[in-house]
Design a binder for this molecule. Structure first.
Ligand SMILES: *Cc1c(COP(=O)(O)O)cnc(C)c1O
Length: 432
């Protein structure tokens, strides 16, 4: 049985422990929601302030050239690329995940159906993040195609000669379950389908090898494990074998081969330029750069492999402590125990003991934890097969072993005291 002292000892010996000082975290908070909004890097305020006062205030429009603004999406793309197994000049930071999905799914459908017009199905997971399903639904409707939603164990069986694109999220946002990208991509290719991978809960959280897996397209999020700040630009990656055929549906001028020639017709830029649409948010990109720097700071200590090893140790510890101290309170585990199938989060299910049909209390339990300074979040369930979830993300850059131990103790205290039943915890806010 792990004790608090064991955890303090592990923190003292952790080679990554110094990275926490790269972040500004409020006193008394154990932040287990970096999977939804990463913490604020210490460097961000100064960097964004400098761009605001110097580059914008003094440089004015000259900064598009002199401060390197115009190239920032590409430069940050190159900084991020090694974290997801992409090569130089293959990835670009731009727009939102939802918008990037629209671009790549549209381009992927064009490619797949030009080669084989009889491919009329898009396959995805029923429990994929809703925006992915909504965007796919809209593209399917526009083009008269069919969107087929399946359970994770049905994915491979759903592949067939009429599938154009397999659209999957690598790490599931609800359960934290991780798919085998290489094996799934190989199966899709064997069936003649292209793959689109959403890396929202993978980039900066788990090692990803897009090129090694032979993936076709990927998108991902800048404000989760990449610590880019609320609404940070997301990213797009296209395998170089498809780059020249990629037709951007949002063919804005930033994707043009010569944007400042101001020609009336669209000619896509060679390389990653064509994944862009219009003018990019420089202040947000500046904050994203500071977020990417926090991951780069882990390089001397073993980089993504070291972060992954610590992430697994933290999530293992949380599972162990919750199972040791929260028995009898209707708490279950939704996240796979097997390391190869787990992202960097632990999702607990909650079914009210004795009242399995009634409200689970999961939302109020999360609110009570937040009042105690342990910040996780709640994700609504969908019937008996998908109970309500208490979700905890573990960012090894700033979470330590003693934090995990304390978080499990707080969860036990909230459950054992029944304090979550207080009326103030029952009020639902617009963002959960
Ligand atoms: C967080 C998340 C998104 C977010 O999309 P936005 O366009 O940034 O709102 C998309 N897909 C998945 C799988 C996510 O987890």
């Amino acid at each position: 049985m792990t004790t608090l002292q064991d955890c303090l000892d592990r923190d003292a010996q952790d080679p990554l422990r110094g990275l926490r000082s790269l972040f500004t975290l409020p006193e008394g908070v154990i932040y287990l929601d970096g999977n939804s909004l990463g913490a604020l890097p210490r460097a961000s305020a100064r960097r964004v302030g400098e761009m605001l006062t110097q580059e914008w205030g003094q440089g004015l429009i000259r900064s598009w050239n002199s401060a390197g603004w115009f190239d920032l999406p590409r430069r940050l793309g190159n900084q991020l690329a090694p974290l997801v197994g992409a090569g130089p000049d293959e990835l670009v930071c731009t727009d939102s995940t939802s918008i990037n999905l629209y671009k790549v799914l549209s381009a992927a459908l064009d490619m797949a159906r030009t080669d084989a017009p009889t491919r009329r199905r898009i396959v995805s997971e029923r429990s994929n993040f809703p925006t992915d399903l909504y965007i796919a639904e809209s593209l399917a409707r526009e083009r008269g195609l069919q969107l087929q939603l399946v359970e994770p164990e049905e994915i491979l069986g759903a592949l067939g000669p009429d599938v154009a694109v397999l659209l999957l999220t690598h790490v599931n946002y609800r359960t934290g379950a991780m798919l085998d990208m290489a094996a799934t991509t190989a199966a899709a290719h064997a069936a003649g389908a292209l793959t689109v991978w959403d890396l929202a809960h993978s980039a900066g959280a788990v090692p990803v090898d897009l090129k090694g897996a032979g993936a076709d397209f990927a998108i991902g999020c800048g404000y989760k494990y990449l610590n880019g700040g609320p609404g940070a630009p997301a990213f797009v990656w296209v395998h170089p074998r498809h780059a020249d055929r990629f037709r951007q549906p949002l063919s804005g001028w930033w994707g043009h081969a010569t944007p400042f020639a101001f020609t009336p017709d669209y000619q896509p830029a060679p390389g990653t330029g064509r994944y862009l649409c219009g003018t990019q948010p420089m202040l947000s990109l500046a904050a994203l750069e500071c977020g990417l720097d926090t991951l780069q700071a882990a390089e001397p200590f073993g980089g993504m492999a070291a972060l992954r090893a610590k992430s697994l140790a933290l999530t293992d510890l949380f599972i162990e402590r919750v199972e040791a101290c929260c028995g009898g309170h209707g708490i279950g585990l939704a996240t796979p125990r097997e390391h190869a199938r787990r992202g960097s989060q632990v999702s607990l299910t909650r079914i009210h003991p004795g009242q399995p049909e009634g409200p689970s209390g999961a939302y109020a339990i999360v609110q009570a934890l937040i009042e105690r300074g342990v910040i996780g979040d709640f994700r609504k369930g969908d019937g008996a097969a998908h109970p309500d979830i208490l979700r905890f993300g573990f960012t090894p850059l700033y979470i330590g072993y003693a934090d995990v131990w304390q978080a499990a103790e707080h969860l036990h205290a909230v459950l054992a005291s029944g304090e979550w039943q207080a009326p103030r915890f029952q009020q639902t806010h617009s963002v959960t």
